[in-house]
Every structure is written in structure tokens, then in C-alpha cells.
Ligand binder design. Structure first.
Ligand SMILES: [Zn+2]
Length: 170
């Protein structure tokens, strides 16, 4: 399962940095007016939910704290709790939008573990379907996007709203 998160993740760090050295801090600090173009689905109190720009599968989400921390031990309890609550809600939204047969949920902490943005921890949540791994092992690093990110965004932002979360705002 090594191929799951790793090959394309480096693109986050290889892209030119803006005001921040960190791609996630860069995203988080922009005003919510830019949320749609950045595929930020939801801004919580301590975390935000957004589409992975280099998804392994349609609906591949990331949940990250606003705080620039690399390790779980540096994450405040309230941030961790909200992260898990948002993960749960995001899974509900994925279920409503895509009816997946399973999910992968996890973190890569540290570059050797496959983290592309190693200094800013983030949780991956992605839907899975029977047979998708076989397909990916054939195509290797080629990413197949059966759906445009903007389409995924629209579906999930609506499904998230239906779970009771307020619309993305801060
Ligand atoms: Zn950061």
C-alpha cells in the first residue's frame, strides 16, 4: 500500500511558495473568498477541510489544523477533537456524494513516512471501491481523475452542508 499516498505528494513542496513557506498555511491564511478556488470545503474553528489537489481517487480529502505543527504531540486536544469530528462529518458527506464501499483514513508523519507537507500534519480521508487498487497498480504514478475537482467540490460542499455543518466560513 506504499503507493497510496506517496508519489505525487512532493508536488506540494516543489511548487513555488508564496508568502508562506508552507502550502497549507498559505491556503489557510487567505480569505474565505478564495475558498472555492482553493477547494476548501469547510473552515472549522481549529481545522479546515479541503480537496487534495492530487487525489488518489475522486473525493480524496485532507483535514488539517490551522496550526503549523508537524507532530500529534504538539496538537492541542481541542484541535484533535475537532479534527476527528470533521473527519466523521466528511465521511458522511463522502458517503452521501459517492456511496463508496470503504475508506482509507490516515496520516503520514515525517518525510520518510511519505508526507509531502511534512511540517504541517494533515489527515487523509479517501473513498475506496472494490477493484480500484488493481487498477492503480497497473497505471502506476498516473493519476486518473474521473471527475473535475470543481465538480467534486460542489458535490461535497453541498453534502457537508446537509450534515449540519454551517457553510464554509470563518
Ligand atoms: Zn503550515
Amino acid at each position: 500500500m506504499d503507493h497510496l499516498w506517496s508519489p505525487w505528494r512532493f508536488r506540494y513542496v516543489s511548487e513555488p511558495p508564496g508568502a508562506h513557506e508552507c502550502a497549507f498555511c498559505e491556503m489557510a491564511c487567505r480569505t474565505p473568498a478564495h475558498d472555492r478556488e482553493q477547494y476548501i470545503l469547510h473552515r472549522g474553528k481549529f481545522n479546515f477541510v479541503f480537496l487534495n489537489l492530487y487525489p488518489y481517487a475522486t473525493g480524496h480529502l485532507l483535514i488539517a489544523p490551522y496550526a503549523h505543527v508537524a507532530n500529534l504531540e504538539r496538537l492541542r486536544d481541542e484541535t484533535m477533537q475537532e479534527m476527528m469530528a470533521l473527519t466523521k462529518t466528511s465521511q458522511q458527506a463522502l458517503a452521501a456524494a459517492y456511496r463508496p464501499e470503504g475508506y482509507n483514513l490516515g496520516m503520514n508523519l515525517g518525510k520518510c513516512a511519505g508526507a509531502g507537507v511534512a511540517d504541517h500534519l494533515h489527515l487523509h480521508l479517501l473513498p475506496r471501491w472494490v477493484g480500484d487498487t488493481n487498477f492503480m497498480s497497473v497505471v502506476g504514478e498516473t493519476r486518473v481523475l474521473p471527475e473535475e475537482l470543481s465538480t467534486t467540490y460542489d458535490k461535497l460542499v453541498n453534502c457537508l452542508a446537509q450534515t449540519g455543518l454551517p457553510k464554509s466560513s470563518s
